[in-house]
Design a protein around this ligand. Structure first.
Ligand code: F6P
Length: 548
């Protein structure tokens, strides 16, 4: 990376930031430039990204392109796809793209092509799912499986949960997937309450097979099954596992014949494409899962080959950097106008915030600039009746991603037209706002007094000029979902490179885990909490008091 070029790029962007802030008016920009929409659009077949409603100019986009070049983003991208160990703090390759390299060539890690193993696991997953679907795989009492409970957390939960919900219209009849993640016993108790042990299959999903929440839930599920079926040998027909640590799976008591592996070069939050996707395969069938992989692969190919100026993940990433580092936005809203994408914001919270929520560089130096933003969101139109007020009239700059399909996969066309209209309306309202003049013209016809109008008018003004990006595609099918998720994965990658952080480790989750272990005996009352800080010790004392 050329430090001089990087410094020059940032200086150029800061200068442009000063020029654009408060001066670029999007309403005027659209009025002055009829080609703005055409110029700031990027497509991958039917998937179209309209970024024209962002606070950008040609100069800004060109300067962001130079920043990407100065940060060597393309070189890093090629290294990632080639299997270089770019996860330096864990000395690992970052190869979730290999999991969907269905038509590609060899990819080597430590001199060995990983593709045969990827394809072998896919074939085993396919065969296993076929047996479950056909009823050839039977529970302990000889019955067909009707319910699958995935026990996992973080990357071993959020991806399958999000996809399971997103692909609801493609669910296979006769099988339902449930997800237990929280160590809060309420989660597993509530889930098991309505299930029949004879027809329930548990998937214990954990990359490391050491995660306390997952193992605690797995043991409780095992106890429940044995209690209901009255036979410990029932476990073999009702538990399968997904992990990179097959020795630990065996130690738990699951036959490794019923375990599906993946590899340390698949990050947990990038693992839905691996065997972690087993609940997806059981929910929608292997062929649909393969379409999901193919969609992701098509975005991979686009990301690998398209020039920066038309490269969707690059564009999204660079605009995000512009807001975060130059215009001072601290968050990014993800607002899908699609009920089936209700878990996408939560999924992207882990993908983005666990990846780029860092404050040291790859080589361990303190960072003096902003890195990953806060990711949040809810599906529209619900959000409109909750938090949009703050986006429209609050004091925060909040860039928004709107996500919407041209076609619904349900028969209620009138609903979908209303949904799409609302989505477009919000983007338009954020951009154009409403001037005081327009407000006063509207109020002039009312029966309010001039004094009342003076008080009310400023409340009704929308400043506008609020940025948004619209992501529009034909329909939310497995292929498109694959493209969408891979698009965000690569956006996160590009930002991580520009911020010079390792997006593939997550040391920040460790301290809490360690302290929870230390505190457990104190919470249980087996150890004295006197050594802790006064607040923690005081709370534990109060907790015991409340327990009586
Ligand atoms: O604690 C964070 C984390 O390590 C995530 O990165 C990961 O997705 C999650 O825990 C679950 O880990 P595992 O799949 O090893 O159980």
């Amino acid at each position: 990376m050329s430090a001089d070029k990087l410094t020059a790029s940032w200086e150029e962007l800061d200068q442009l930031g000063a020029e654009v802030s408060g001066k670029l008016n999007l309403r005027r920009a659209f009025a002055d430039d009829p080609a703005r929409f055409e110029r700031y659009g990027a497509a991958l077949n039917d998937l179209f990204v309209d970024y024209s409603k962002n606070l950008i100019t040609d100069d800004v986009m060109a300067a962001l392109g130079r920043l990407a070049k100065a940060a060597n983003v393309e070189e890093w991208r090629d290294r990632m796809f080639a299997g270089d160990k770019i996860n330096v703090t864990e000395n690992r390759a970052v190869l979730h793209t290999a999991l969907r390299n269905l038509d590609g060539g060899a990819i080597e890690v430590d001199g060995e092509d990983v593709m045969p193993a990827v394809k072998e696991v896919l074939a085993r997953l396919k065969a296993f799912a076929a047996r479950v679907h056909s009823g050839a795989w039977k529970g302990h009492t000889g019955k067909k499986i009707t319910d699958v409970v995935n026990i996992g957390i973080g990357g071993s939960d959020l991806g399958p949960v999000m996809v399971n919900e997103a692909l609801r219209p493609f669910h296979i009849d006769g099988i339902r997937c449930h997800f237990v993640s929280n160590v809060d016993g309420a989660h597993i108790v509530d889930t098991l309450k309505d299930l029949n042990a004879e027809t329930t299959l548990f998937i214990i999903a954990s990359k490391t097979f050491t995660t306390d929440e997952t193992l605690t839930n797995a043991y409780s599920a095992r106890d429940w099954l044995i209690k209901v079926l009255g036979d410990e040998s029932a476990v073999a027909k009702h538990f399968v596992a997904v992990s990179t640590a097959l020795d630990k799976v065996a130690a738990f008591g699951i036959d490794t014949d019923n375990a599906f592996g993946f590899w340390d070069w698949v990050g947990g939050r990038y693992s839905l494409w691996s065997a972690i996707g087993l609940p997806i395969i059981l929910a929608v069938g292997y062929d649909k899962f393969e379409e999901l992989l193919r969609g992701a692969q098509s975005m991979d190919n686009h990301f690998k080959t398209a020039p920066v100026e038309t490269n969707i993940p690059m564009i999204l990433a660079l605009i995000g950097v512009w807001y975060r580092n130059v215009l001072g936005a601290s968050s990014q809203a993800i607002l899908p106008y699609d009920q089936h994408l209700s878990r996408l914001p939560a999924y992207l919270q882990q993908a983005d915030m666990e990846s780029n929520g860092k404050s040291v560089t790859r080589d361990g130096k303190a960072i003096a600039y902003e890195t990953g933003p806060i990711i949040w969101g809810e599906p529209g139109t619900n959000g409109q009746h909750a938090f949009y007020q703050l986006i429209h009239q609050g004091t925060e700059l909040i860039p928004v991603d709107f996500i919407v399909a041209a076609n619904a996969l349900h028969p209620l066309a009138n609903h979908h037209d209303k949904l799409v209209s609302n989505c477009l309306a919000q983007a338009e309202a954020l951009m154009r706002g409403k001037t005081e003049e327009e407000v006063r013209a509207e109020l002039a016809g009312s029966d309010l007094s001039p004094a009342e109008i003076d008080v009310l008018a400023p409340q009704k003004v929308f400043a506008g000029n609020k940025p948004s990006t619209m992501i529009l595609y034909k329909q939310l099918d497995p292929f498109t979902l694959g493209r969408l998720v891979a698009m965000y994965e690569h956006k996160i990658f590009v930002q991580g490179i520009i911020w010079n952080v390792n997006s593939y480790d997550q040391w920040g989750v460790e301290l809490g885990k360690q302290l929870a272990k230390e505190l457990l005996p104190m919470v249980e009352g087996r150890e004295d909490a006197g050594s802790r800080d006064a607040s923690t010790a005081g709370l534990i004392k109060r907790l015991h008091g409340l327990r009586g």
